[in-house]
Design a binder for this molecule. Structure first.
Ligand code: ZN
Length: 120
């Protein structure tokens, strides 16, 4: 089991791998259908793919020493600000409890087929 806490001279430090999407192929067992290609996030702690997006989180380690950067206007006047920090994908059981966070299923789609592929 991987530990996310590494002792340092100052105490402990969270060690997380950067956010990563990996490319997978689902080989369908039914004849006449093409294989499906999907992207899955890799858990930043255990390095295994997160196959069920409802069982994982996107977490952020913010850098409070940096300014928030304005990157434009959206929604007819709302400012869009880039918050300095790093994003990580984690399984529920691997989540070190960083905030802010959101469910992976709020951001990524499990069914990654094109709309025209969903009719079968
Ligand atoms: Zn994990």
């Amino acid at each position: 089991m991987n530990s996310i806490l590494t002792p340092t001279a100052e105490g402990t430090q969270t060690q997380l791998a950067p956010f990563q999407l990996a490319y997978y192929c689902i080989q369908l067992h039914q004849e006449g259908y093409s294989d499906e290609l999907i992207f899955l996030p890799i858990c930043s702690v255990c390095r295994q793919p997160i196959r069920d997006f409802s069982m994982g989180n996107l977490i952020v380690r913010t850098d409070d020493s940096k300014e928030w950067e304005s990157v434009g206007i959206i929604n007819d006047g709302d400012r869009l600000l880039r918050v300095p920090g790093e994003v990580f994908a984690v399984h529920f059981e691997c989540d070190p409890g960083l905030k802010p966070w959101t469910r992976l299923s709020n951001v990524l789609r499990s069914d990654q087929r094109f709309e025209w592929e969903k009719s079968r």
